[in-house]
Design a protein around this ligand. Structure first.
Ligand code: URA
Length: 243
């Protein structure tokens, strides 16, 4: 049975940063098989040892859930013969079974959930659950004064596709005339933000996803890097899917 260091195992399962976990261990707040363990380097098996943090049993999940801050230039796919995929941002040893939850365009940045939990992936991408997605976009060109109202009514794309009502907030106008806007979608169509903005006469120069349902992009996560979701974040996703 695979064993790992106690502090590493706790940190990777959402008990806190390595520093925080080390403090908890030194303070005797972590027990292994009922006994306080003050040794961060102690080898434990998540499957065989009962580990509790402040009396709360650590959940042992087999599935993995990662928050990736997607950079531009990689595609949201598991494999591709020509283009670099988001999975290639993970070490090869980590990749087996992982898949992105939904898609971001190649040039879109920001929050992408990557997991090997196929059931959760399916549930989160199903139209049945309507997981809201929030984006920040840099827009060139001019938007109509009533752009926000048009978003609220439901934009008709240039090919005639009708979109559900969505939210648009203009955050600022830059010195070069570009607008910084925030868009919240309640559905997911191909290139949706770009096509909605285009339908109003604007052009998306840069697009970043900030949140997906309750999951918010960690501002400490640099582009191209990822971290495991905390237990609390995982729980919130399951709550969405139960709804
Ligand atoms: N809308 C877009 O236009 N592109 C994305 O990547 C996501 C939403």
């Amino acid at each position: 049975m695979a064993q790992e260091r106690l502090d590493k195992m706790l940190a990777s399962r959402g008990a806190g940063s390595r520093k925080k976990v080390g403090q908890l261990i030194r303070a005797g707040r972590v027990t292994v098989n009922g006994q306080p363990c003050r040794d961060s380097a102690r080898k434990v098996s998540p499957e065989q040892d009962a580990v509790c943090v402040m009396g709360v049993p650590l959940r042992t999940r087999k599935e993995r859930y990662f928050m990736l801050n997607k950079p531009a230039g990689v595609i949201s796919a598991t494999e591709d013969v020509e283009q670099k995929t988001v999975l290639e941002l993970f070490p090869e040893s980590e990749r087996a079974g992982l898949a992105p939850v939904g898609r971001l365009d190649k040039d879109t940045l920001g929050l992408l959930l990557v997991t090997d939990d196929g059931a959760l992936n399916h549930a989160l991408t199903s139209p049945r659950h309507h997981v809201d997605k929030r984006y920040r976009a840099l827009v060139s060109g001019t938007l109509a004064d009533d752009a926000a109202e048009q978003f609220q009514r439901g934009i008709e794309l240039r090919d005639g596709t009708k979109c559900l009502p969505a939210d648009l907030t203009v955050l600022e106008q830059q010195a070069d005339g570009c607008l910084v806007v925030e868009v919240v979608l309640h559905e997911g169509k191909y290139h949706q933000v770009k096509r909605m903005i285009a339908a109003l006469g604007g052009h998306v120069e840069r697009l970043e996803r900030l949140s997906m349902g309750p999951l918010v992009l960690d501002p400490a996560l640099e582009q191209g890097t990822y971290r495991e979701l905390t237990e609390a974040e995982i729980e919130t996703l399951f709550v969405v899917c139960k709804g």
